[in-house]
Every structure is written in C-alpha cells, then in structure tokens.
Design a protein around this ligand. Sequence first.
Ligand SMILES: [Zn+2]
Length: 461
Amino acid sequence: MPRFFRLPALLAAFALLAACASVPPPSPPGVFDTGFESGSLGTIEAVDDATWDLRLRNDNNDPSLPASFRTWFYFGLNRIPTGRPLTLRLSGFGSSYPAMPVYSYDRVHWRHFDASEVDWQSCPRSRPGQCRLVVRKAFAQPRVWIARFFPYTARELDAFLDTVRGSPYLTERTLATGPATGQPIRLLTIGDPPAAANIMPDRRYVWIQARSHPGETASSFLLEGLMKRVLADDGLGRSLRARYVFEIVPIHNVDGVALGNYRTNAASQNLEDSWTFASDGTPLPGEPAPPPEDLALMQAGIQPLLRAGARFALALNLHSSNAEPDKPAFFVPHFGSDPAAYTDAQRALWQRQARFAELVDAYYDGPIWPVREGGQSFLEHYFPERWWWASQQDAVDALTLETTYGRGGLGRWIEPDDLRRLGEAVAQAIAAMDDGTAEPMPVAPPGQGSHQAPAPTEEDL
Ligand SMILES: [Zn+2]
C-alpha cells in the first residue's frame, strides 16, 4: 500500500473502534483514596456514575510476586452520593476462598457488609483471578472506608496500648525501625517485677511475634485478648506473671503494614521464610542474608535474652490464613504424626505442641481445627520454627497459630471480639501448660483420629 493511504485507513479503523466500544466515563476526581496506613487498591475503572471495576494490586506493585500473595484491599470513598446503591466489582484475587469485606464511616467502628449486599462470584481454585466480589450498597454517609478484613495498623496498636500503658508490668522498647518507613519494630515485655534489669532465672520466657505477614490482621486482635489476660490484676494474670515473662513483637513487618502489603516487606521479601540464621543467631553463610526486620528480632530481641540466660518455653508465631469460610483457627505443629519416625526430642516436642493446642481448644468457646499433620515443611523452609528447633530443640514449643477470616466454625462472620477471646484462651493454655496437673497428650498412631487432616498448603498459610 502506498504510504499516503496508511494514515486515513488507520483513522477510519480508530473511528470504527470508537463507535463500537463504550468509553467509560472518567472517575470523579478523588473518589477513591488509599493514602493512609495499610491502604491498598490497584486499578480503578468507572463503568458508570455508580459502578466501578476495581482490581487488587501486588505488594509494592511488584508483578514478580506470586498471585497467591494478592489478598488485601483497604480504600476510602470520598463524597459519594448517599441513599442510592453503588456497585463495586473487585477482581484480581490471589485466592479462590470467598471474602466478606468490612466497612466503616470513621475507621474506628467497623462491620461486615450484610450478606445481601455482597455477591462472591466463585471460580476454580486454580484460577482465583476469575473470582469476583461484587458489593452493592446504599451508604448512609458520603465518606466510607472498605477493607478485606478489620484493619489493624500502628494506629490501632497505639489505641490498644493506650488502654494498658498504665500497667506497671508492661514495658516497651524499639528493636529497630522499618528500613522503608522508619516505623518502630516494638518489643513489649510483660513481667513482674517490670523491666527487670536481669534475666529472672525462676521465670520461663514466652516469645510471641505477629504480623510477619502484614495483611494478616486477625492475629493482632488475638494478641490484644492475650495481653489483656496476662496484664490483668486477677488470679490468672498474677499466676502467669509469677511464672513467665512475655516478650512480644506486635507488628514485625512494620513497613508492609504501613504500605498496605499483604505478605511482604517494602523490598518484597517474605519475612516468614527468610530466617537464614545459624543456631547461634548469626546469618548462615551461603544463604541470602536475613531481611533487616528478621535481624532485628534475632539480634536485638532473642539473642540478647538467650545470652543473658533466659529460658524460653514457648515461641508463638501468629498468622492468619485464607481458608474455606467455615474453617476455624488451626495450629501448624512440627513433624507430623508418624511416631515411628520420631527421635525422642521430636516426640517430646510433638507431645507438647499437641497438648498446647488441645488446651487452647478446651479454653476457647469456639472451635479449633484439630491438631493435624504439620508436615516437614518447617524443616525445608527458613521459618522461625526451624530456627527455634535448630537452636533449642524440644526445650521450646515453637509453633504457628493461624486464625482465619471467615466464619471460623461460629456460624457467622468472625468479629474482633471472637479473636480476642481466642487470645484469652491462649493465655489460659499457657497458664495450664506447665502446671503439672495434666498428662502429656498421647501421640496418635498414623491415620487415626484428628491427625488425618491433610498438611496445609502454601495458600493456607
Ligand atoms: Zn502468614
């Protein structure tokens, strides 16, 4: 074709395309807002003046991250019309498990949408990107915030700490700051006497870390309930403080929380499987260096305590998991359930873990998923539990507790108070753990009882 014919032909083609395609109206300026801690949303496309197509984004907008990391969203709507339904169609999910979001008019009081306002359009588990969440609601106020689950940022942590800072047993210090945001990685110590200058040899130590995965907010509400019981001026609180010192990192991945990530820090590192430490806490030669946030916990938190003589009894790693809506919280113990393959130390640890999980279940008024095969994955990944095992063997009951975002076996969507009550049950289980009044849990033979449940998949965790 002669050159001078090309341009008119192209223009004609564009004119035809423009006539066929409906051009979406532009979004009103400033309707959507993510400029706050944990704010997150990907692309926004207006369909009409009351309907938007929204997509979740990758942590740090990093396209190299697995789709399964894409779970969190938290955004505000500004100057929206009230009293008539708006439709928000969310897609880009990395999980095919149904999601029931929450909304708030003040970012203090949150509630789930009513089931009639939400339609989860399911998709094959292998293709979560095809799932869609459609929210249709007439809001009562022109400013509203919407999130995947109840948000919990440094702001909520401070609001909680303000309710307990008067306690003489609580001390706070900063282990390090997030390399991207400068937010403090805090260590909360609960002990009696408070802020003891030296390790107390008659106390056992409990290490708790939460929010290595920043979007897993459910674990923070659990931690609130647990801390309230440990700090309480009652028989349980006094008994716990007489026997234990609690060392608690409430938000490990401070940068990820500030930036609205679900799974990683600002450098797209997964802090959970990057504990590349030798048993003495130094970085492992030949492995990628641990991220600064993990170094902070190890070198400013755990190691100085161990060197000073602290005897840890329990290391709890708090997480939250995408799951079937009715799945309750669950533990991820070590070694699975094949006692024939155990060493004595492995058997001892398994028994302690199983007993601890049973105690939590006994004290919680909701269900806990039965203790199940934890598999060997903790030995194959650089999880904190792997390091505790390498360093302390069965002396430390190191295990992960996963809360879930759904109904959790309660028959209704989980509320923060349900999670706080689970945290109280964990405190009660710790108090009962070493009181010598109960027999160790038997190890079930393979294939019997509750231990038949399958090992958790990567998506579950
Ligand atoms: Zn997690």
